[in-house]
Design a protein around this ligand. Structure first.
Ligand code: WAQ
Ligand code: MG
Length: 263
């Protein structure tokens, strides 16, 4: 049986970092030590509180495939946001919902979890607007990691950051009622974000953030009519494990990518 380890670090009211995964029992000690180490050395600052939760899963995880990974070569901040707006539009996320998402992500008040935004009306729907909703109880089979790290080597990026983000995005994309996800790191030096959906896979978007900014965030776009409680329950409670890798594609032109999204 697997265990879920979750870490969050904060300083006063400010969120500094968080991470999580599913691990077999014999990896708990080393993993907790590694999470504490990470919490204490983060570019957002030094925490005065680190909470680590170690919890045995009560059910077998659902097994899913990893999202395929793409990277578009957006050259600057405005091109990155134009790509995201057009890409979301192809996924039937309205301009209104895009604007709501962008203002959440660019707000200086960083949330610990994600916002939920209705894809058409742009209305915010998560139950707790300060905390947001956390995608949790997710992981990848440890045996897949060496191959994943190896294939991520070709990018000029932190393999841990990218692989953790792909794992999270894969659970989110597998969630009923979620049509797309937009993510921008809250790390002041990490300027690549992603747009992800079941339709498109995980699309890395360079320059979506200007260097030295402390903002960041995640938005899960949901259908207009779904019950948000169902979405939150799946994201927070249903354990999901990636048991199969997908392709890591070469860098492509954003316009080409937009055209290939079938509506
Ligand atoms: N569930 C929901 N929202 C979360 C979670 C979670 N488990 N963890 C973080 N967030 C939200 C929270 O608002 C953070 O401020 C925001 O997302 C960003 O989190 O391929 O590192 O952990 O090169 O800073 C993207 C990698 C990295 C792109 C994203 O996010 C690439 C990243 P961070
Ligand atoms: Mg971060």
């Amino acid at each position: 049986m697997y265990w879920n380890i979750r870490m969050r670090a904060s300083e006063g009211e400010m969120h500094i970092s968080g991470a999580e995964g599913l691990y077999p029992g014999d990896e708990l000690q080393d993993t907790v030590a590694a999470y504490v180490q990470r919490a204490l050395h983060h570019d957002r600052g030094e925490p005065d509180r680190v909470v680590v939760t170690v919890e045995r899963l009560e059910e077998e995880p659902q097994l899913i495939e990893m999202q395929p990974v793409y990277t578009v070569n957006t050259r600057d901040y405005s091109e990155a946001w134009r790509f995201v707006e057009e890409g979301l539009n192809c996924l039937d996320v309205s301009g209104k919902a895009f604007n709501t998402a962008r203002s959440i992500i660019e707000s200086p008040d960083v949330m610990r979890g994600a916002a939920i935004v209705r894809a058409v009306s742009g209305v915010r729907a998560e139950p707790d607007r300060v905390r947001g909703v956390r995608a949790t109880r997710l992981g990848i089979m440890p045996a897949l990691l060496p191959a994943l790290y190896e294939s991520l080597n070709r990018f000029d990026a932190d393999r841990t950051v990218v692989s953790e983000a792909v794992v999270l995005a894969s659970k989110v994309a597998s969630s009923p009622h979620i049509v797309a996800e937009l993510c921008v790191s809250d790390d002041p030096f990490y300027t690549t974000g992603y747009l992800s959906s079941e339709n498109t896979g995980y699309v890395r978007v360079p320059h979506i953030k200007e260097k030295d900014m402390m903002n960041g965030g995640r938005v899960f776009f949901v259908t207009e009519e779904c019950a948000v409680g169902d979405v939150v329950r799946y994201l927070e409670e249903t354990p999901v494990m990636i048991t199969k890798l997908s392709d890591i594609h070469d860098i492509i032109n954003p316009d080409e990518f937009i055209c290939s999204i079938n509506r």
